[in-house]
Design a protein around this ligand. Structure first.
Ligand code: SAH
Ligand code: SF4
Ligand code: F3S
Length: 453
């Protein structure tokens, strides 16, 4: 793939860096690419902060808890004297973008601040910081610049993330992402396809396309012809060597019929899709500015299940949104009960500075929010466990990721429904596709035995 060639003059040579990544898959992608860049610039990655000349933190701001986590971590390192004397601390990701230059004054002692769109400038920011001895903050750049400035990704596993767009313009009333990652911006079709080809040629079997709302992808071909998300899926699906295709995340608001149709036509599309509903109450969805109703969500799920029988749907939920009544919550609970979601995420609403919802009166007591979260998670847990159990006895193709975490004599792979399956097999299968007969389901993990197709 094309990437700007990095010369020595761009780079500080022979330092060490330690990298931690918090947050969503888009941060995982950014962090991995940042590690590729730092290595290309002569930095060696180390496994502990006390060995690092630069500690790099790629952070998440989506909830207050996520934001506090990074500052607590820095404070703990400082308290235990686990940071190298004279080393630099670089704060990036969404908290970097949110706080910008203010972060330099934070008692955590931060030297460099960057955001999701300026990650590729980190080597230059380190150089400036060392030269001047003063803190530097740079969080604003063209959000697509990084894709051409970063070196080709180092593919390490059987599955590769490919970010297809940056930012979000949906402005859900509770969400900080449009302010930290900026307005929606789509990568070119060629840029995406060439990165996908590179990843497949480097050993990936699965591609996972990323964006805050992939449905609103609006890219262009080299000749300027527009390309929407379903069209992009057909382009990626045609690439040689691809065994499985996933995407995250889809807003139900603009999940088109063409996209539903893709699930019946493209067999390479995985048997699972993440479609966050957030709430089952139309009143709350309106306050959240989600622009769909509980009924249209149900209708979408029915269409998808017709297009791809057996498809697994997962979701995100927010409980305790300002003004959420018992009746609103019951609507969420019954939507969860009747839909039968697979492994989903649920959170207590967190007030984010600068978002419209932060102006609403938050009149739901914390204890009530906790009880609602508990009830919802119990329901979600039951349906995810039942869906796992339903796979027992079935034959599944899995992409083998590596040794199992619990027992290194066993392997783990992922099924099309996005479940981990553990089985006995030779290490030579790592990075390959194989077939399993599923013999057991233990909580959410499947156990299987190798079998012939
Ligand atoms: N773009 C994705 C979501 C990205 S953020 C989408 O719209 O589906 C991931 C999840 O974090 C959201 O789906 C939501 O459930 C949760 N979230 C976002 N802001 C939040 C807040 N202020 N409080 C609690 N949860 C929040
Ligand atoms: Fe946030 Fe909504 Fe955009 Fe998702 S779609 S990132 S929840 S503003
Ligand atoms: Fe967090 Fe930013 Fe992702 S706020 S969820 S890391 S887009």
């Amino acid at each position: 793939m094309s990437g700007q060639v990095l010369t020595d003059t761009h780079c500080v040579q022979q330092g060490t860096f330690y990298l931690e990544i918090w947050g969503c898959q888009m941060n995982v992608y950014d962090g991995a690419r940042l590690a590729d860049l730092l290595r290309a610039c002569g930095y060696a990655q180390v496994s502990s902060p006390n060995l690092a000349d630069v500690v790099v933190l790629v952070t998440c701001a989506v909830r207050e808890k996520a934001e506090n986590k990074v500052f607590n971590q820095i404070a703990a390192w400082r308290h235990r004297q686990e940071l190298k004397q004279g080393g630099l601390l670089a704060l990036g990701g969404c908290v970097g973008a949110e706080l910008a230059a203010q972060a330099l004054a934070h008692p955590a002692g931060i030297d460099i601040v960057f955001g999701p769109s300026t990650a590729h400038r980190l080597p230059e920011l380190i150089r400036r910081c060392k030269e001047t001895g003063a803190g530097v903050a740079e969080v604003v750049a063209d959000s697509l610049e990084k894709f051409t400035a970063l070196p080709a990704p180092q593919v390490e596993g059987v599955s590769s993330f490919v970010t297809i767009m940056e930012g979000c313009s949906n402005l859900c009333s509770y969400c900080i992402v449009p302010y930290t990652r900026g307005e929606e911006c789509s990568r070119s079709v060629e840029g995406i396809l060439s990165e996908c080809r590179h990843d497949l040629e480097s050993g990936a079997l699965e591609l996972h396309l990323l964006g805050q709302n992939v449905n609103s992808y609006r890219g262009v071909y080299a000749d300027g012809t527009p390309c929407d998300f379903p069209t992009l899926l057909y382009e990626v699906a045609a690439l040689p060597g691809l065994r499985r295709l996933r995407f995250t995340t889809s807003n139900p608001m603009d999940f088109s019929d063409e996209l539903v149709e893709a699930f019946s036509e493209l067999t390479v599309l995985a048997d699972s899709v993440h479609i966050p509903v957030q709430s089952g109450s139309d009143r709350i969805l309106k306050l959240m500015n989600r622009r769909y109703s509980a009924a249209s969500y149900r209708e979408l799920i029915n269409k998808l299940r017709k297009a791809r029988p057996g498809i697994r749907i997962s979701s995100d939920f927010i409980v305790g949104f300002p003004g959420e009544s018992e009746e609103d919550f019951k609507a969420t609970l019954s939507l969860a009960q009747e839909t039968g979601f697979d492994q989903s995420f649920s959170f207590i609403y967190s007030k984010r500075p600068g978002t419209p919802a932060a102006e609403l009166e938050d009149n739901v007591p914390l204890q009530v929010k906790r009880e609602r979260l508990y009830l919802l998670q119990e329901t979600l847990e039951l349906s995810a466990a039942a869906l796992s159990q339903a796979l027992v006895g079935s034959i599944q193709r899995v992409l083998v990721e590596g040794p199992s975490r619990r027992d290194s004599g066993e392997l783990k792979g992922r099924t099309s429904q996005n479940r981990i399956a553990v089985f006995k097999g030779p290490a030579s299968l790592i990075g390959q596709e194989c077939t399993l007969k599923i013999t057991r389901s233990v909580v959410h993990t499947l156990r299987g035995e190798l079998c012939e197709v």
